[in-house]
Design a protein around this ligand. Structure first.
Ligand SMILES: Nc1ncnc2c1ncn2[C@@H]1O[C@H](COP(=O)(O)OP(=O)(O)O)[C@@H](O)[C@H]1O
Ligand SMILES: [Mg+2]
Length: 231
């Protein structure tokens, strides 16, 4: 499984208005690593995550997932390996029922009947949301929405799970549930977060982003401590 790596090589990205949000980002995340992405608001964390599955493509440099450069042509393959959970669950949930949202990815991958059902049941079970199956996503609590949003990604059985501030605005119980779900995920995981306790609890390694560049990268303990000192 060592081919499930995520590598950024000198990635630059300018938004359409010309703002250069990424200014030469380099890192290699290897299979099974759990990595926290730290940085102040506006540092470029979300922009990096959006590059990991091709929702944004670099202005220059390369993003590579398991040996495949992320380009327009490889998007469908890349999106099967990299599952992205957005900061706002409402951006991820758009079907009339929870089960349809969770089935959407597998159906889109061309899977059918029993296999889709197996994946929906598995993903809902992993996030403890089997009882929410027939509900409308719109009517769920914040914590329930977040768990279902994670299920919509787990149903694609990604080898790399990417989460943008997964515990922002969750109460303690929902936060604990999200922590449990992420720690049970056995493959590679990248988590952008302001929550240093979460980073230390779930991650082995932390990467600090400052003004669109990597400014620190190492074991989570020392890196979070230095980051807290610096802000
Ligand atoms: N759609 C956009 N158009 C122009 N600039 C943007 C856009 N989205 C984000 N930015 C800018 O890019 C920088 C990085 O943003 P972002 O990746 O969201 O940071 P973070 O997630 O670390 O808070 C910020 O300065 C932000 O204002
Ligand atoms: Mg962000």
């Amino acid at each position: 499984m060592s081919h499930h790596f995520l590598r950024f090589t000198d990635v630059h990205y300018s938004y359409p208005d010309g703002y250069e949000a990424l200014r030469g980002v380099d890192f290699l995340i290897t299979h099974g690593e759990k990595v926290a992405l730290l940085g102040l608001n506006g540092a470029g964390k979300s922009t990096i995550l959006l590059h990991s599955n091709g929702l944004l493509l670099p202005t220059s440099g390369e993003v590579n997932v398991g040996g495949i450069p992320v380009t327009k042509k490889t998007l469908s393959v890349v999106r099967q390996s990299v599952g992205m959970v957005f900061q706002n669950a409402d951006d991820q949930l758009f079907m009339p029922t929870v089960e349809e949202d969770v089935a959407f990815g597998p159906l889109n991958m061309g899977l059918e009947g029993d296999e889709v059902e197996r994946r929906v049941a598995m993903a809902l079970d992993r996030v403890g949301a089997s009882d929410l199956r027939k509900r409308s996503p719109l009517r769920l609590s914040g914590g329930q929405k977040k768990r279902v949003a994670i299920a919509t990604v787990l149903s694609m059985e990604p080898s790399i799970l990417v989460l943008d501030e997964p515990t922002a605005e969750l109460d303690l119980e929902a936060r604990r549930q999200v922590c449990g779900i992420v720690s049970a995920f056995q493959h590679t995981c990248v988590i952008a977060t302001h929550d240093m306790d979460l980073a230390r609890q779930l991650c082995d390694r932390a990467i600090v982003i400052t003004d669109g560049r990597v400014t620190d990268d190492g074991p989570v303990g020392p890196v979070t401590a230095a980051f807290e000192q610096s802000v």
